[in-house]
Design a protein around this ligand. Structure first.
Ligand SMILES: Cc1ncc(COP(=O)(O)O)c(C=O)c1O
Length: 364
């Protein structure tokens, strides 16, 4: 079996996999309804929100599209805070549906700066919403969402958050930080297979929804809400039933561990990854002050051929790490450490790297 250490999909515990093997049930029947209500209640606890939470069948990108089409109209001005691949993707979706996007870009590997967000909002009073990626998976940076949020709310704008690789692993109190829509996906820190996006929707987001005119059908939050509130809770369209089975088990595990403990475990694991990487003579791609606790990005230096390294790790050690995306291809590699993970799992990766790095040209 491969040791999968990419930032999603992540390995699933045996009980979660077993849940996936269950026979299909009627997705409009009482058994599914009960499970859907249970999963939704658990997610609200883990999102730290009292507002609505919906399960959408799709990937994280589908969830990002849902955020855009449910809150905006063509021609709306949007500020995109971006410091990597996923920030750019969020902005592109908004643009494709007709929003007028003002980009606020930060160097890849650096964190977004709340003061710069303030200046951008001062310069353009017509902006309606701000798009932010909490944890930029492509660079291993966790943005200071609390500070960004307080700026966004100073100006009374909608805060739309890509929390795909953070929430459930890194602290993100949705209500306290006034996130209007927050998106994640089942294959990240949730210890479940791909198939579901999960979104929270605030009262302000509902107000925006009532005026939003971007075309939407499959992703319509109003449909998700009306079906969830039926006597037998359901989703408007056939859901990824097996992934819901899996998620109901993994959420139970997370609640049993307790959210503060899950977050603390990720902090310990993140620290172990960074310390381990440095002990090998490698450099982190980001500053430690904003390095992510779910994915560590490592700079390729001192002759390291990352592609060769990834190949040897995979073929000879059955360890799968991630390379860099887009302009970071060949320049960094990434260790995913979210979901079902402990410090021991990181130790295995670091020990293998110790053997493989010199074989892949590293002269550190
Ligand atoms: C921060 C972030 N946003 C969005 C996505 C896209 O999610 P998906 O691949 O599930 O569409 C990812 C996936 O890696 C991500 O890490």
């Amino acid at each position: 079996m491969e040791n999968l250490r990419i930032p999603g999909p992540t390995p699933c515990p045996a009980d979660v996999l077993q849940a996936m093997a269950k026979q299909m049930i009627n997705h409009r029947g009482p058994e599914f309804g009960q499970m859907l209500n249970g999963v939704t209640t658990s997610l609200k606890q883990l999102f730290q929100t009292k507002d609505d939470v919906f399960l959408l069948t799709g990937s994280g990108t589908g969830g990002l599209e849902a955020v855009i089409v449910n809150t905006l109209s063509p021609g709306d001005k949007v500020l995109s805070v971006s410091n990597g691949v996923f920030g750019e993707r969020f902005a592109t979706i908004a643009q494709q549906f007709g929003a007028e996007v003002t980009p606020l870009r930060f160097e890849w590997g650096k964190a977004a700066d709340a003061d710069a967000v303030r200046q951008a909002l001062q310069a353009e009073p017509q902006i309606k919403a701000v798009l932010v990626t909490h944890n930029e998976t492509s660079t291993g940076v966790t943005n200071d969402l609390a500070s960004i949020s307080s700026v966004v709310k100073e100006f009374d704008k909608l805060l739309l958050v890509d929390a795909v690789s953070s929430i459930g692993s890194i602290n993100l109190p949705v209500d306290d930080w006034h996130c209007d829509v927050t998106v994640t996906a089942s294959q990240k820190g949730w210890m479940a297979p791909p198939g579901l996006a999960m979104v929270s929707v605030s009262q302000e987001a509902w107000q925006a929804h009532s005026k939003a005119r971007m075309p939407r059908f499959y992703w319509d939050f109003a449909k998700a809400k009306s079906y969830l509130e039926m006597a037998t809770a359901q989703t408007p369209w056939t859901p990824a039933v097996s992934t819901v089975f899996a998620l109901s088990v993994s959420l139970e595990m997370m609640l049993k561990e307790g959210l503060p403990n899950v977050i603390a475990r990720h902090a310990r694991v993140g620290r172990a990854a960074r310390e381990g990487v440095k002990s090998l003579g490698l450099s982190l791609f980001t500053k430690e002050s904003y390095a992510s606790n779910t994915v560590t990005a490592v700079a390729a230096s001192n002759g390291l051929d990352t592609k060769k390294m990834l190949k040897i790790l995979r073929e000879e050690h059955q360890i799968v790490l991630a390379g860099g995306q887009q302009s970071l291809d060949g320049k960094i590699f990434r260790i995913g450490h979210l979901g079902w993970i402990t410090e021991d799992d990181i130790e295995i990766v670091i020990s293998a790297l110790r053997v493989v790095l010199p074989q892949a040209g590293f002269k550190g």
